[in-house]
Design a protein around this ligand. Structure first.
Ligand code: F0G
Length: 446
């Protein structure tokens, strides 16, 4: 599908962003020239996916589309049991409802905001065990998504088993920069989990990108296919939650994959309650068909090489101009280190959000803040949480933009970089929601 995009003037953008309360989620899409807000649901579906849409079976129960998806999920991931959901956070909601209770501790690697939201909503705690290397954007480390085994074991040792319902492994790790987890690390986490008898759940939104990185960065996997690597990755997990809007290249959808019947039966109750009957769970038949097809396309080596290569193409231009970016480049996005881009701004003025606003004003490019706004307030103390990294994420939709668009984005950000000394004031909050505030927050100039 091809869409036209609209250019605008700097004056128009200054007015629009002010009306949007300096929150880029409040912009209308036609006020955006190049939209790098997210890679979630924004990919272009293929000819084969669109043809699958025409074959959708919309039966309430037992639709052929359900069985087609079930077969594709088992083939790609190896999970025998699955539940469809309308998107990734719905998969979290269903699975966590059946597994997490108040006071629980859930260790993992930089839990994504909805994952953390669903944990904290249940008055449980997410403990980040990501390796320290992830928080130094200048360090070159092939697997910055890895879990620090010492940190993990400390958590497992210091809490009773009944308070740790699962360990979450996010592949790739979005919040730390689209960074992969190595197979070696996955294996070690699974071995430790087995020792403590704790299930491992993969947050799998970008599992195929993770497998691609394992293939090209972990020597012993060079000759394995992406699909073989994917199967091996999932063999170490008890369950997976999936936002199909990412690596399965559909506009809407999600699922839970599970190894154990008992886990499936428990989760099914909540699936029916929150999502829909277990054979459609929030998805129409045609969407399940497109998803089944997308799982195959999203795990093709040539596609992944082109996609991740395009992300690196943008990253390299920025790096060559001295712009501080999380390195190595992520799978789905380039993450700008906003604290190093704007070193004079105080953290309580939302540095990465300020940079996002400046880039929008400069070129109509919409990125997204992964920083203090996203980190929310501590639910117990009510204080702002200041994460180690303040990042501006430039997220590349799948199969949508050309490298020519990437050149434009790079030029716009380079312009902002050249006038960065003039950016002396950040933003302050006028209005915010108690949880996941970044979506609706209202800001003004500090
Ligand atoms: N897990 C990860 C790692 C994610 O990146 C996301 C979504 C989810 C879970 C939730 O899935 O949106 O389908 O409900 N990430 C999007 C993003 C929103 O922009 O990175 P969802």
């Amino acid at each position: 599908m091809v869409e036209s995009i609209q250019r605008s003037t700097r004056e128009e953008r200054m007015e629009w962003i002010k009306t949007a309360k300096y929150n880029l989620f409040n912009l209308k899409s036609d006020q955006v020239f190049i939209d790098l807000l997210t890679d979630s649901g924004t990919g272009a579906m293929s000819d084969k996916q669109w043809s699958e849409m025409m074959l959708g079976d919309e039966s309430y129960a037992g639709a052929s589309s359900y069985y087609k998806l079930k077969e594709a999920i088992e083939d790609i991931t190896g999970f025998e049991y699955f539940l469809p959901t309308h998107q990734g956070r719905a998969a979290e909601n269903v699975l966590f409802s059946s597994m997490i209770k108040e006071g629980d501790i859930i260790p993992g690697n930089s839990h994504f905001d909805t994952t953390k939201g669903h944990i904290e909503f249940r008055k449980a705690h997410a403990v980040d065990c990501t390796i320290d290397e992830a928080f130094d954007t200048t360090l070159d480390h092939p697997f910055k998504g890895n879990i620090d085994l010492v940190k993990l074991e400390n958590v497992l040792k210091s809490h009773p088993r009944q308070n740790i319902p699962m360990i979450i492994v996010t592949v790739t790790c979005n919040s730390s920069g689209g960074q992969p987890v190595s197979m070696e690390n996955i294996k070690a986490v699974a071995a430790m989990a087995q020792q403590y008898d704790i299930p491992v759940v993969f947050d799998s939104a970008r599992f195929a990108e993770n497998a691609y990185f394992i293939k090209i960065r972990e020597a012993t996997y060079a000759d394995k296919s992406v699909r073989e690597i994917v199967r091996e990755m999932f063999s170490y997990a008890d369950a997976m939650t999936m936002s199909s809007k990412k690596d399965a290249i559909v506009n809407m959808g999600g699922f839970i994959g599970m190894k154990h019947k008992e886990m499936f039966e428990k989760a099914s109750v909540f699936n029916i309650l929150f999502e829909g009957f277990i054979s459609y769970g929030g998805m129409s038949g045609r969407d399940m068909n497109a998803l089944a097809q997308g799982l195959y396309e999203g795990t093709e080596f040539n596609y992944l090489e082109t996609r991740i290569g395009q992300v690196a193409y943008l990253g390299q231009q920025l790096k060559d101009h001295g712009i501080p970016v999380q390195y190595p480049f992520g799978g789905h996005a380039i993450f700008i280190d906003a604290k190093r881009f704007l070193p004079e701004l105080p953290v309580d003025q939302f540095i990465a959000q300020t940079l996002a606003v400046e880039l929008y004003i400069e070129g109509g490019v919409r990125g997204v803040e992964i920083g203090t706004l996203l980190a929310d307030r501590d639910p117990e103390t009510g204080e702002n949480r200041y994460p180690d990294l303040e990042l501006l994420r430039l997220t590349i939709p799948r199969r949508v933009y050309s490298n020519n668009h990437m050149d434009y984005v790079a030029a716009a950000l380079i312009n902002v970089f050249e006038r960065r000394v003039e950016i002396s004031k950040g933003l302050k909050i006028v209005k915010e929601a108690p949880i996941l505030r970044h979506f609706t927050v209202e800001l003004e100039k500090a």
